[in-house]
Design a protein around this ligand. Structure first.
Ligand SMILES: Cc1cc2nc3c(=O)[nH]c(=O)nc-3n(C[C@H](O)[C@H](O)[C@H](O)COP(=O)(O)O)c2cc1C
Length: 344
């Protein structure tokens, strides 16, 4: 690798302070547009895109995104250095701020493709993949991984993995703080059953103080985020951010000292309606496939259930989105339907 490339990759680890996790079928471009309205600074990850999809498929369909989504990281799934290099180069050309390699997904399909979490057993191959990508792009190449495979709970295993991959040029690791059990658990169970061991991630940061280490897994409150930020550089939040997106709207002030934007949930909803109209006219996207990502926006407020029901009612698909918003904001039925929530 040339010195020039190394200089280009000088990192500011604050870029990883807060991020929303890559989630298949969830963090598509519409979801990321929504999350970006909630926070200017949080790093957003795409769903995993396989190298196969980029080498043989419709590149624009997988990589298209709007300029306002930045900073945004493309997550790749694959294990062929040449294909990953090709895909990383495409990612950089399309404007992504980071290329992330998935070494944490335990699904059977991904295992058949010999990538995802099973790559943790092949640190030398991951190092080759990282090097192949880092050689052809100037944006950071990062890795998301677990703390172990199956029942191996030895710290040395994950420490050696990180050490080997770091030597190949990866300076940022996002660590899902549980093992991946490759046999017998569904991907969903693999996000819940293997125990969380945050101390392993904190130990990685102590052993590799020069690397940027972000922790992921089971983090749901500001107290937990603040606790983690005392030990590591960043926190990645997945399910809680998706289900309770309004939480994201406090992050700019709390974690980036940026209080410049005052927004209400209604402002966000209105901006989403404008986006739905634009997407429909420019790309033929139906509002329904955009609205599904914002259904948690009013969680915790009176009338949240009715609002969610309106935005997810397929019988309303023929209406334009501003009409749906009007309906969602109409209150009369709430009193009958949701006396309990009215009391809140
Ligand atoms: C629906 C769903 C899809 C996911 N897809 C991916 C993926 O494509 N790539 C990946 O690295 N992790 C994926 N994950 C795992 C998350 O990135 C994250 O590691 C996990 O949910 C733990 O974080 P959390 O407890 O904050 O949700 C997915 C999780 C969910 C719930």
């Amino acid at each position: 690798m040339s010195t020039e490339q190394t200089v280009k990759k000088q990192l500011d680890s604050s870029m990883w302070r807060m991020s929303v996790a890559p989630m298949m079928d969830w963090t598509d471009k519409h979801c990321r547009h929504f999350h970006r309205l909630l926070s200017q600074h949080t790093l957003l990850y795409t769903e995993m895109v396989t190298t196969g999809a980029l080498v043989h498929g419709d590149v624009a369909r997988h990589l298209r995104f709007e300029a306002e989504e930045h900073p945004v990281a493309l997550q790749l799934g694959g294990s062929e250095p040449a294909d990953l290099a090709h895909s990383a180069r495409l990612g950089e050309q399309w404007g992504y701020d980071e290329i992330n390699l998935n070494c944490g997904c335990p699904s059977e399909r991904v295992q058949r493709g010999a990538f995802g979490a099973c790559l943790m057993n092949e640190a030398a191959l991951v190092a080759d993949c990282v090097k192949a990508m880092a050689d052809v792009v100037s944006v950071p190449v990062t890795v998301k991984h677990r703390i172990g495979i199956d029942k191996i709970e030895s710290y040395d295993f994950v420490r050696d993995f990180v050490g080997t991959v770091a030597d190949a040029g990866c300076q940022v690791f996002v660590v899902h703080a549980r093992n991946a059990w490759l046999k017998g658990l569904s991907p969903k169970e693999n996000r819940e059953i293997p125990p969380l061991r945050y101390e392993v991630v904190a130990q990685l940061k102590r052993d590799f103080p020069g690397l940027t280490i972000a922790v992921n897994g089971g983090i749901k409150t500001d107290d937990e985020v603040q606790q983690q930020l005392k030990q590591v550089d960043g926190v990645m939040v997945g399910r809680e951010a998706y289900h309770n997106p309004w939480w994201i709207s406090s992050w700019d002030a709390l974690y980036y000292q940026d209080e410049s934007r005052e927004r209400t949930r209604e402002d966000i909803e209105e901006q989403m309606v404008l986006y739905m109209e634009r997407e429909a006219s420019e790309h033929g996207t139906h509002w329904y496939s955009i609205a599904r990502h914002m259904l948690g926006l009013r969680n915790g407020l009176a009338g949240a259930r009715r609002w969610r029901q309106v935005w997810s009612d397929h019988r309303l698909k023929t209406l334009p989105p501003h009409e749906v918003m009007k309906l969602a904001r109409t209150k009369p039925n709430e009193i009958q339907q949701e006396p309990a929530e009215q009391m809140l």
